[in-house]
Design a binder for this molecule. Structure first.
Ligand SMILES: CC1(C)CO[C@@H](CC(=O)O)CN1
Length: 429
């Protein structure tokens, strides 16, 4: 029987107004995983896993307070789960003082891929740079070697663009211009026109994306001669939502026309095939359970998804990663005549065992295969879609590890011709 308890801390963004309040779906998802691992007699024999958590509202200051509260109040915690990038940056930087592994289910910032600053951080949420090898692969596939970049001036996009520039340089792809805007993209879009940009990679949050789309329409930077890459994790009808509230001067039809044919890349957070995962559930079994769970918290997903719905599998799998790592550590420590019961915040030996157990993680979860790079980044597949008549069509999957691009459908181009990456000057014969 599981009479003893292992304690972990959890920080979830739930009731804030700024940023990603993904804890709304991720906290219930994590609790489901806790229930599942605690019902397994082959996992953590003799121990129950208990999660002590609180709300960070995606605010780093509040997140730090929650962390100190979790760490200074007994019982001793063995690990921390964290969400937003801003909170995770604070928590992961401090956690090393307590030899604590931090596992983030919701942080996408490329800046977190840094073992000097965050020596004990692992993420089941992929870094935003996971899109870049996919973008390069698509560019090479269509023979585009001259591109432009349009980005919002936000840290996550700045560091993602730096990674994209490096990969483009390595692949012989010229970046003819890189435009950055804070809120109003009109001047940047004008500069794209001046540089005759045709293949444009866009990096911005969804509200800025609507402003860009309307500006593209107004300045005619769309249609058969242009290809836009947008981020794929906006909600499906993002291009026609909130136009009045956000004072977008284009109609739904104009937005839809400007959006026609654009490509998107996104990390796959939900396992794609219907295999049984480590919990015994298929991803569809998991979706049904999650939806029922959220309904209890008065989130009716048939009306709208709560924040974090897309990332909920990442939180579920994060708890499994913790349980599997602690399970492996228990057996390793027993060989050394030690036990997790003796873990204290200055017990570097056990911390080292927990770290190496987490580093060796590899299992099929509801979010797909869970494994980490040497920097603790989630290794993930990406999905490529194309907007056709206002709907996203799945076009392909890309696996960076094997450099394997699987096409599901042909990309479709207005007029049936693949757009060129530059104006072709036909010399007079
Ligand atoms: C795909 C997205 C929305 C990117 O931001 C993450 C939140 C963060 O990085 O702070 C959550 N998932």
């Amino acid at each position: 029987p599981k009479t003893k308890v292992l304690h972990i801390g959890g920080i979830f963004p739930i009731n804030g107004t700024e940023g990603w309040q993904g804890g709304m779906a991720c906290q219930p998802s994590a609790m489901m995983a806790l229930e599942d691992v605690n019902s397994r007699s082959d996992l953590l024999p003799g121990y129950k896993l208990k999660l002590h958590w609180n709300d960070s509202e995606c605010e780093p200051g509040l997140g730090a307070l929650v962390m100190y509260d979790l760490l200074y109040k007994p019982p001793q915690k063995l690990m921390l789960l964290a969400g937003c990038s801003t909170v995770c940056t604070t928590v992961a930087e401090a956690a090393k003082m307590w030899n604590l592994v931090v596992l983030s289910y919701g942080a996408s910032s490329p800046a977190l891929s840094n073992r000097q600053r965050f020596p004990t951080l692992f993420r089941t949420h992929p870094s935003a740079t996971v899109h870049n090898p996919t973008r390069v692969k698509i560019l090479q596939n269509f023979g585009w070697s001259r591109i432009a970049i349009l980005q919002q001036a936000e840290e996550v996009f700045i560091s993602t663009v730096e990674d994209l520039e490096t990969r483009c340089r390595e692949s012989g792809i010229e970046i003819v211009t890189r435009q950055s805007f804070l809120n109003d993209p009109s001047e940047s879009v004008r500069n794209l026109r001046r540089q005759d940009a045709r293949i444009i990679v866009g990096l911005f949050y969804v509200v800025a994306a609507r402003r860009v789309l309307c500006e593209m329409y107004k300045q005619g930077l769309y249609g058969s001669s242009y290809v836009w890459f947008f981020i794929g994790w906006y909600e499906d009808n993002w291009y026609e939502a909130n136009l009045a509230q956000e004072k977008i001067e284009c109609t739904r039809e104009q937005m839809k026309e400007a959006a026609e044919g654009h490509l998107t890349t996104e990390a796959l957070n939900w396992n794609q095939d219907n295999q049984k995962t480590i919990s015994g559930m298929t991803v569809e079994d998991y979706r049904k359970r999650l939806n029922a769970e959220l309904l209890k918290n008065s989130h009716d997903v048939t009306v709208r998804f709560p924040d974090g719905y897309q990332e909920a599998p990442l939180a579920y799998d994060a708890v499994w990663a913790v349980a599997l790592a602690l399970n492996r550590t228990m057996h390793r420590l027993a060989e050394r005549g030690r036990s997790l019961d003796d873990f204290t915040y200055n017990d570097a030996v056990s911390a080292g065992e927990i770290y190496s157990a987490m580093n060796a993680t590899q299992f099929l979860g509801v979010s797909g295969t869970v494994a980490f790079s040497s920097k603790g980044d989630r290794i993930a597949w990406t999905l490529i879609e194309q907007m056709i008549h206002g709907q996203y069509n799945k076009v392909g999957y890309y696996d960076t590890q094997t450099d394997n691009l699987t096409w599901l459908a042909e990309a479709r181009w207005i007029g049936g011709k693949i757009p060129q990456d530059r104006t072709i000057i036909i010399d007079k014969l």
